[in-house]
Design a protein around this ligand. Structure first.
Ligand SMILES: Cc1cc2nc3c(=O)[nH]c(=O)nc-3n(C[C@H](O)[C@H](O)[C@H](O)COP(=O)(O)OP(=O)(O)OC[C@H]3O[C@@H](n4cnc5c(N)ncnc54)[C@H](O)[C@@H]3O)c2cc1C
Length: 469
């Protein structure tokens, strides 16, 4: 090991240092295996002070640093490039919940705390931390905040950035920015913490956050409804929001094909309804103690929707076990696509009102481009966010289909652009969408992003090559 690496290791000690190839391997690739790099070493600091010392040193020696949390990101943002020169900075050892204030409704956590542990700690205190996604058992809050994660409860509570009151960030030169106030009102100038949320580790390293907590819900109703088409689904969403007084917390849309994939490939799943239908919505309502009135409201809503032809059939979960079975259908959709062969994915958003139009035009464009390609559209339609995935035609080889990825992305994203939608609704840009960004981002916005990057990280040591083309 050369002198620079020895000095870097000394900053974190043996417990915070990995450089044997076998130890580096799990950090060098993400779970889907799309991105695979080579790291010089992995540093695993124990606290903010060590993160600051590492960054100061790396900045002085121009060592590129790739921050990593739970490594569940889907755009390659947390893996190093193939040069073998980048240092992975794992936040996994910063795993303390520093405080919970039930009166202020806040929890103070370090960046490496696993999301599910935060949810559980909130529940133990009779509170809710609403950020929820299928990777919650392994993603870490620093990663969630750096990707501005979305998930299933955005409809009611917003994205990750809406759940943060304060942030502790180590800057590229090792200075620590401390906005950990837990204040709901603070009009003292620029809201600096927002700049780091969703920045994918390119502007600073998040080491801790003050998170907002919400009242725990007392009544939850989950239903799975069959729809004639997405237009009926979006009309139902409007009614559900109005009639429940804003108590809809998840509204997930899917076409039948995904249900078929899940039933075929995921053990322990069953169709909740007796017959097949073209589209479905999984809707969850939640409220405080209404004396059971939430259930009655949901039943009334569904009855009227059925009379008006908006829904064709419905199942309401009558136990926690049934609720989990409905959510398992939804959460298995990505997994269930794998055995169907290569898939070209789009994580897009359009205004909620444009979802039906987008779905029709997107499907027509895909089918015209690759006859026999199987559109698998599903996702957080209540937020206008559709995972518009396309599985290869049954008789095509994976490679032949994957070779069309860029062209397919371009065709789908061109339609998204007509609605002024986004080519990355919740997964971020990373490497996957970096080179496509300039076509879709306002030129002035991109210029300001570059100005910020140069101001915060003049030596370009923080996650170089990610996000910004
Ligand atoms: C099965 C599955 C389901 C998913 N569902 C959703 C979903 O519904 N919604 C959604 O939004 N995403 C989803 N994701 C994507 C992923 O879980 C999220 O992007 C998550 O927020 C990443 O957290 P992480 O800790 O794994 O971050 P990582 O993958 O480790 O890192 C993500 C990015 O953040 C940077 N980073 C990590 N930690 C820090 C830090 N402390 N400071 C600065 N930068 C940092 C990394 O460099 C990288 O650019 C899903 C992923 C999987 C595998």
């Amino acid at each position: 090991m050369n002198e620079i690496m020895t000095r870097l290791r000394d900053l974190v000690g043996p417990a915070g240092w990995l450089d044997a190839p076998a130890d580096l391997a799990p950090y060098e690739k993400e779970e889907r295996g799309l991105f695979h790099g080579k790291a010089r070493a992995v540093v695993r600091p124990a606290d903010t002070r060590e993160v600051a010392a590492v960054l100061k040193f790396c900045n002085e020696h121009r060592l590129p640093v790739v921050p990593q949390g739970g490594n569940t990101g889907l755009v390659g943002g947390g893996v190093p490039d193939t040069s073998g020169t980048q240092i992975i900075l794992s936040l996994a050892r910063l795993d303390k919940i520093r405080a919970l204030d039930p009166v202020n409704d806040t929890m103070t956590v370090e960046a490496g705390v696993v999301l599910a542990d935060i949810q559980n700690r909130a529940a133990d205190a009779d509170r809710l931390f609403p950020l929820s996604l299928a990777a919650e058992g392994s993603c870490r809050i620093g990663g969630n905040l750096s990707t501005n994660a979305g998930g299933i409860n955005v409809l009611r509570y917003g994205m990750a950035r809406d759940l943060v009151l304060g942030l502790e960030v180590v800057l590229a030169d090792g200075r620590v920015l401390d906005t950990m106030t837990g204040l709901r009102k603070d009009n003292t100038g620029y809201d600096l913490k927002q700049i780091f949320l969703g920045a994918e580790g390119t502007l600073g390293i998040i080491t801790a956050a003050v998170l907002k907590l919400f009242p725990a819900m007392r009544e939850v109703e989950t239903c799975f409804v069959a729809l004639p088409d997405p237009k009926a689904g979006i009309e139902l969403l409007g009614r559900a929001k109005a009639e429940s007084g804003g108590n809809v917390q998840a509204f997930e849309l899917t076409e039948r094909r995904l249900i078929d994939f899940v039933l075929a490939h995921i053990p322990g799943t069953a169709d909740p309804l007796a017959e097949k239908h073209p589209w479905y919505a999984l809707i969850e309502f939640a409220a405080g103690d209404l004396g059971g009135a939430l259930k009655a409201m949901v039943e009334r809503l569904l009855e009227r929707a059925m009379e008006d032809g908006l829904i064709l059939d419905a199942a309401i979960a009558s136990s926690e076990q049934q609720r989990k079975a409905l959510w398992k259908l939804r959460e298995s959709m990505t997994e269930a696509q794998k055995p169907e062969g290569a898939s070209i994915k789009h994580d897009i958003s359009v205004p909620v009102s444009s979802v039906p139009d987008f779905l029709a035009r997107g499907a027509a464009a895909v089918e015209a481009f690759v006859p026999g390609a199987r559109v698998c559209a599903f996702g957080h339609a209540g937020d206008g966010n559709i995972h518009f995935n396309v599985s290869r035609p049954l008789d095509w080889a994976d490679d032949k289909f994957q070779a069309l990825r860029h062209e397919m992305n371009a065709r789908v994203h061109a339609i998204v652009a007509e609605y002024r939608g986004s080519i990355s609704a919740e997964h971020g840009i990373g490497i996957l969408k970096r080179d496509e960004l300039p076509q879709h981002k306002d030129a002035t916005a991109l210029e300001l992003m570059r100005t910020l990057k140069a101001a915060f990280d003049p030596n370009n040591i923080l996650n170089p090559g990610k996000l910004l083309p």
